[in-house]
Ligand binder design. Structure first.
Ligand code: IPM
Ligand code: MN
Length: 354
């Protein structure tokens, strides 16, 4: 297995290091050989190469079977709307160049953590759904610019049929593997691009007679997701709506530090936590590494088809949570929080059967 490590900025390096411990423990246990390469993306790449996703990083991704990615972002750029290069461009370039059109963000709850959720336990217990976010189209990549000497700005929410078809096909496929319910989230009462999505989804429905399809406006979906998270099985939506809804969904589980994701498409897939670079915690060894460790589980499953290996990581994460071996975001009041590296070590130990 050739894995490219792209830790990125902020807490990225700390959390990716913990995921690597889990990967190594799994490979030792199952007898897989793993080879790592390393490359820079985000602010650290801007500092070294003047480019947030340099060609050498792209090559490192293309030469690997999977990319384990941390996060990008740096406060130096956040409050400077005139910055010409931004760390986030590295992530967007990576998605575009690797053709990663499908971003899978599963929402799973841990019974021992229900009290961490801002929602009532009876709403949260057993919630289990998959958000399929389109990742290389829409407003993120449509034409954008300024007019009137800078006083008018625009972003274009553009979708082509092939982009909509391939993401819907993926979503129907995941629904078939799960509880066979698909919620297509759009704003078809207002947006033309949403009407194209809805039209294509309706055309595709007969190919998947077992899948129950429902259409939901994004504003309503934002409400239903917290009113009744158990309603959902697979949600599919465009890039911008998916960005916003998955941040909302992440709080259902109690901590954003638990949410993993896989971005897959035409070339090497990228496995990453959905949280950002959390600069306030960088270098302090306090960030929760579990989202990145769970992203490594998704890597085994999606990049290598190794379901048992993925399951062993998931079980180890659940066991470390049960033991109360967690970082400060999850530590019950009155119990000591563990550091990032302690949690990483513990998960690796459990994987190794210690
Ligand atoms: C995410 C992030 C990115 C996005 C940012 C960092 C560009 O919020 O992966 O959800 O908006 O897609
Ligand atoms: Mn986001």
């Amino acid at each position: 297995m050739k894995i490219a490590k792209l830790p990125g900025d902020g807490i990225g390096p700390e959390v990716v290091e913990q995921a690597v411990k889990a990967v190594n423990a799994v490979c030792a246990r199952f007898g897989h050989e793993v080879q790592y390469s390393f490359a820079k993306v985000g602010a650290c790449a801007i500092d070294e190469f003047g480019d947030a996703f340099p060609e050498s990083t792209f090559r490192a991704c293309m030469d690997s079977d999977a990319v384990l990615f941390g996060a990008v972002g740096d406060p130096r750029f956040d409050n400077d709307p005139t910055a010409k290069v931004r760390p986030e461009q590295g992530l967007l370039a990576m998605r575009k160049k690797l053709g990663l059109y499908a971003n899978l963000r599963p929402i799973e709850t841990f019974a021992s953590l229900v009290d961490k959720s801002p929602l009532k336990a009876e709403l949260v217990n057993g919630a289990d759904f998959l958000c399929v976010r389109e990742l290389t189209g829409g407003m993120y990549f449509g034409e954008k610019g300024r007019l009137d000497g800078g006083d008018t700005a625009f972003d274009t929410n553009i979708y082509h049929r092939y982009e909509v078809e391939r993401i819907l096909k993926a979503a129907f496929g995941y629904a078939m593997q799960r509880r066979k319910k698909l919620t297509v989230v759009d704003k078809a009462n207002v947006l033309e691009s949403s009407r194209l999505w809805r039209q294509i989804a309706q055309e595709m429905e007969p190919q998947y007679p077992e899948v129950e399809v429902e259409y939901m406006y994004v504003d309503n979906a934002a409400m239903q997701m917290i009113r009744c998270p158990k309603w959902f099985d697979v949600i599919v939506t465009e890039n911008t709506f998916g960005d916003i809804l998955t941040d909302e969904a992440s709080c259902i589980t109690g901590s954003m530090g638990l949410l993993a994701s896989a971005s897959i498409g035409e070339h090497t897939g990228v496995y990453e936590p959905i949280h950002g670079s959390y600069p306030q915690a960088a270098g302090k060894n306090i960030a929760n590494p579990l989202a990145t460790i769970l992203s490594a589980a998704m890597m085994f499953e999606y990049a290598f088809g190794l379901m048992e290996e993925g399951a062993v990581i998931r079980k180890a994460v659940a066991a470390s949570i049960e033991e109360g071996f967690v970082t400060e975001d999850l530590a019950p009041v009155g119990t000591p929080a563990r550091s990032t590296s302690e949690v990483g070590d513990r998960v690796a130990e459990i994987i190794s059967g210690i």
